[in-house]
Design a protein around this ligand. Structure first.
Ligand SMILES: [Zn+2]
Length: 284
């Protein structure tokens, strides 16, 4: 009996003006010739408190467009052409507003989605299909801005009508997912397909509190019947000490990657854009 495929992608957040090519190289040099790494890219980073922004720029009004780091732009263009890297849109400024995160509390979010997408497409030469919300947070206006631009979403936002409105077809999708989760004890490992055509993709976070064992268990669950598996992490956290568990993200990824490779042909490596189009019907 042949096993159903696991479609596997890696998402890494926060590539921006402050990223050096060697940061990405050191994290993914061993991986990206096998599995393209989908980078969630911030087009024009603002001053804000973040692990990716140097402390001296946590406050102020300066903006940091990606293009002002030409070494990174050259590197990204080449890596995209070689299918080592896939670009997705990660907010616009990634600024934490006083009342919430950018795509919850920011202004002109439709304009930011349009401008950010155009900016990355023109600078990097790759069509943008997927939006990764800063801090994985989308409010009602943020959600509308993203889906009306025709982008897919990495992550599954809340089904509250304050986020998605009252469309009964959408509420039914949320209910179906909740029932599936309750019955199986974990999320259904496939993208959700919505009536307007956009898709939402579940992911597994790898942060300093996540254990190797829990990731391996989640991956092995998907192996049983097939599905998608997206690992989401931050390159800038790779060497931070684990919290509540002994390993750094770098150490966990190294071991987890070997575990993924040990699944052999069952695993098909994808970009985030490709992963959005995998469904049980389209599998094969
Ligand atoms: Zn981010």
């Amino acid at each position: 009996m042949s096993l159903n495929p696991v479609y596997f992608a890696i998402r890494d957040d926060d590539t921006c003006y402050f990223t050096r090519p060697q940061d990405l190289e050191s994290c993914y040099g061993r991986i990206w010739d096998t599995c393209p790494v989908s980078l969630s890219i911030v087009p024009v980073h603002a001053c804000t408190k973040s692990g990716v922004v140097p402390k001296e720029h946590w406050t102020g009004n300066r903006l940091f467009p990606l293009e002002e780091n030409p070494a990174l732009v050259d590197f990204l263009r080449e890596a995209i052409a070689a299918r080592r890297v896939h670009a997705t849109l990660h907010g616009y400024h990634h600024r934490d507003e006083p009342d919430g995160y950018e795509f919850v509390a920011g202004d002109d979010l439709s304009g930011k989605v349009r401008a950010g997408r155009k900016y990355l497409e023109e600078l990097l030469g790759q069509p943008i299909q997927v939006f990764v919300p800063p801090h994985n947070s989308l409010g009602g206006r943020g959600y509308q801005a993203v889906v009306s631009a025709g982008l897919h979403i990495s992550g599954i936002p809340s089904f509250k009508p304050s986020v998605r409105g009252w469309d009964p077809r959408v509420l039914a999708i949320g209910l179906r997912e909740r029932l599936w989760h309750r019955r199986h004890g974990f999320r259904r490992p496939w993208p959700l397909v919505f009536p307007d055509g956009h898709r939402e993709l579940p992911y597994h976070g790898l942060t300093p509190v996540v254990t190797l064992e829990s990731l391996v268990a989640a991956f092995d669950r998907v192996r049983q019947n097939g599905g998608v598996f997206c690992l989401a992490t931050h390159y800038w956290e790779f060497d931070r000490p684990g919290r509540g568990q002994p390993l750094t993200i770098r150490q966990i990824l190294e071991r987890f990657w070997d575990h993924v490779l040990s699944a052999g042909d069952q695993v098909r490596f994808c970009t985030l854009g490709e992963l959005c189009h995998k469904t049980p019907e389209a599998a094969g």
